[in-house]
Design a protein around this ligand. Sequence first.
Ligand SMILES: C[S@@+](CC[C@H](N)C(=O)[O-])C[C@H]1O[C@@H](n2cnc3c(N)ncnc32)[C@H](O)[C@@H]1O
Length: 273
Amino acid sequence: MAQCETSVQHSGTRHHLEVPKLTSAVAEHYNKMPERTRTERQALRTAALRKYNNLVKRALIEQCSGAKRIVDLGAGKGGDLFKWATLGASKLLLVDVASDSLQHADMRYQHNRACMGSMNIFLRCASMAEPFEEELRAQFDAVSCMFALHYAFCEETVRNVAHVLRPGGKFVGTIVHSGRLHTLSPLNELCSVEWIEGSADDEYYFTLCEAVERVRESLVHWHVLVRWCAKYGLRVHRVCNFTDLVTPKSHMSADELEVARLYVAFVFVRTEV
Ligand SMILES: C[S@@+](CC[C@H](N)C(=O)[O-])C[C@H]1O[C@@H](n2cnc3c(N)ncnc32)[C@H](O)[C@@H]1O
């Protein structure tokens, strides 16, 4: 794989990054996504749903209170930077296949340096299924994977999570409930699913208005996730519907509510090894 090197300046320290030139369709899709200003985000049709998802993510991140060293898998443009900084994180490793998204995350961090407390960020442009270095073993207090596990749902990803987490560390994230995706209303104007017939991994094309345009994803079967997690020393601590974690807002549309109800939030804990 071709490599290009870049470097990032954080609070006087220079961190060198190996950035692979990934050309996968998913990376290209997310690299092309426009960066929106706060005002533009507020004007979106899905503004209320986005706000709600952010509340859910904040609630999940709060489950990691006390965590200082974090890995964010599928971190995108760093939409959770503030949440982790508010929690008191000191080191945040952002992992994503989309190099442009990571650079946006870095810019967001630099522009808001004053609100980031003592948190430093590190960027890793790679798939979350690519193994972490041996020296990262048990080095992190929490790993999060928000709205991204369906892009790399495989045993290697789970093994990576377990590899970097210290005993007692938390793995938090969100997944689509596989059964509910099958019953998504075809009349939903915000979200649609096209099943790919004959695909071995229950794959589908997913579209979510103003966010995802017909991107190929895999169903994340909860029982499979639990089995892989158990194999690598991750025990279920909590699993619940989004709507049980955060009460939906009254101004959300019926279509937005249906999308919110598709999702499940989880917390696993790394057991002693
Ligand atoms: C829906 S976005 C979620 C971004 C962020 N976690 C959030 O909650 O706002 C999914 C992200 O996963 C990233 N992604 C897709 N496949 C990936 C993979 N195999 N490894 C790491 N990141 C991946 C995409 O580039 C994208 O940034």
